[in-house]
Design a protein around this ligand. Structure first.
Ligand code: FRU
Length: 516
């Protein structure tokens, strides 16, 4: 009897403590987020009219952005979170910013979703991912960083149906480094959750054997049950093959077209590997390898569930400091594996056409013997453009076009093709062509952000050609922007036999359903 009373008493008492802790946590969340959101709102007023700020790429209203995190589809909405410093345009005070969309191209900003819980010693909420549990509850996973302890993997769950308000999971920490038994993993972070068969897995990046100079590796865990709060360590699933790679960040592992894809961020450019995944060994064995982007893209993430095909977003870095906003995400890229060459293909997401400004006419131009430089008329000018272009140097050394040219025809950002390599604002990617084949490009200019993708082989066949599969290359760059320079010029170097066709030239609308 006495014991019974003690048990009841302690249950009531611990429930009381938990409720009080819950209230304290909620109060702390309210005050930290109110401060962070107010800081962004105050800075937003200043950056709003910066003409160099992109309008159809995802970025917060102000402040710093890095990696995309926690891509998720729930209740007809796509949610994208991202590493965000609300307090300035430098890295620091990592929170998770939040936007949502019905179609992955038109976005609405939501309040900041995740904050470092200071009372629990958190300094930063680092990168991570999202999963919708079997019971329908979305769950965010991230690396909790504290100056007082090694990194831990934590989770958060929503408090409302719109996924606006989140709370830290009561079972945190979900994974601590003790899960590895004796072995020590350095820089252990960036949990990415994926499903395979009936099981749910998670990979983290890090660095093995730091005492011997380190080795970038990917570590695999399996959920013990559907609550996703208990996990078992399975082992090292992948060691980066390049000896100079000492650390892997943001590993992304997911099934695609009967194979598996592993993306590793170990410095720019980011690598992709297509291969076989065996959760039992465990091992990931690559059969093909390439780069996600030859330009300024890092730490991409991939949305796999709730979409027809996986969708990738990356972080475009390289925006200078001092503007009150800094960096943005890439446009969404739809992923597939080439049937003929087994390589990863990244196509611009088809719904981007929803951003075309229908009030302005689509334009077409064909020149079959470009000589020198030709400044196109003002009707071609723009700072938010989508151009579909075909380039064929013929016997000329190179052909291409310049964007953001001034009215007197000087300056501009060059896009140039010499028959082997594509060059965008000085960054090169190899795109060797078969004799007689033209290079098809999709060019997205969004003020100071430029993304160029070569659509070759299977991808180009969508545009009506029938060439064999040979991969696609992306170059995303931050470029100098001056609102007075918005003209387009064509050019050829070393001969006049080059051909340039602008098959479509669209002006793009802002992606923001509300605000800017
Ligand atoms: C990659 C990265 C991640 C980390 C996050 C911190 O850019 O360094 O490894 O979780 O950014 O902002």
């Amino acid at each position: 009897m006495r014991r019974y009373v003690w048990v009841i008493g302690s249950v009531v008492a611990s429930w009381g403590v938990a409720a009080a802790a819950g209230q304290d946590e909620a109060a702390e969340r309210e005050s930290l987020l109110a401060r962070a959101n107010a800081a962004v709102a105050a800075a937003a007023a200043r950056v709003e009219n910066d003409p160099s700020r992109p309008v159809f790429h995802i970025l917060p209203a102000a402040g710093w952005l890095n990696d995309p995190n926690g891509l998720l589809r729930h209740d007809g909405w796509y949610h994208v979170f991202f590493q965000h410093n609300p307090y300035g345009d430098e890295w620091g005070h990592m929170h998770w910013g939040h936007v949502r969309s019905r179609d992955l191209v038109r976005w609405e900003r939501l309040p900041i979703a995740l904050w470092p819980t200071k009372s629990l010693g958190e300094d930063h909420v680092f990168s991570g991912s999202a999963v919708v549990r079997k019971d329908g509850t979305p769950m965010l996973f991230y690396t909790s960083i504290s100056g007082h302890r090694p990194p831990e993997q934590w989770a958060a769950i929503p408090e409302d149906a719109d996924l606006v308000t989140w709370r830290k999971h009561p079972s945190n920490p979900i994974l601590t480094e003790s899960i590895h038994g004796g072995s020590r993993i350095y820089e252990w972070r960036d949990p990415y959750v994926f499903r395979h068969g009936e099981a749910t897995y998670l990979v983290c990046g890090g660095n093995l054997n730091a005492s011997q100079g380190g080795q970038g590796a990917v570590f695999l865990y399996r959920a013990d049950d559907d609550t996703l709060t208990k996990w078992s360590y399975r082992g090292v699933v992948f060691t980066h093959p390049d000896p100079e790679v000492k650390n892997v960040e943001c590993p992304i592992l997911f099934p695609l077209d009967g194979r598996f894809v592993l993306i590793t961020s170990q410095g720019q450019p980011v690598d992709w590997f297509v291969g076989e995944f065996d959760p039992e060994t465990p091992s990931f064995t690559p059969t093909a390898r390439g780069k996600i982007d030859d330009g300024q893209v890092y730490a991409p993430s991939v949305l796999v569930e709730g979409v027809e095909r996986p969708i990738l977003f990356g972080w475009i870095n390289g925006v200078p400091s001092g503007k009150g906003w800094r960096h943005c995400l890439t446009l969404p890229r739809q992923l597939s594996i080439g049937r003929l060459d087994g390589r990863l293909k990244q196509m611009p997401y088809t719904q981007l056409r929803e951003l075309i400004d229908a009030d302005l006419p689509d334009r077409h131009l064909f020149r079959d013997s470009i000589e020198g430089r030709e400044l196109l008329g003002p009707e071609w000018s723009g700072d938010s453009l989508w151009l579909q272009v075909s380039l064929d140097p013929g016997k000329a050394r190179a052909v291409g076009l310049d964007l953001l040219v001034s009215d007197d025809g000087t300056g501009g950002v060059p896009i140039r093709f010499d028959g082997r390599s594509l060059e965008v604002a000085g960054t090169k990617a190899e795109v060797p062509l078969q004799p007689g084949e033209s290079l098809h490009l999709a060019i997205y200019l969004d003020r100071s952000i430029l993304e160029v993708v070569s659509l070759r082989g299977e991808a180009a066949s969508i545009a009506g050609t029938n060439t064999p599969a040979d991969g696609s290359a992306w170059i995303s760059r931050v470029v100098d922007f001056d609102p007075a320079r918005t003209r387009v010029a064509l050019r050829a170097e070393g001969g006049s036999s080059g051909r340039i066709e602008i098959r479509h030239a669209y002006r793009m609308k802002p992606a923001w359903v509300t605000g800017r």
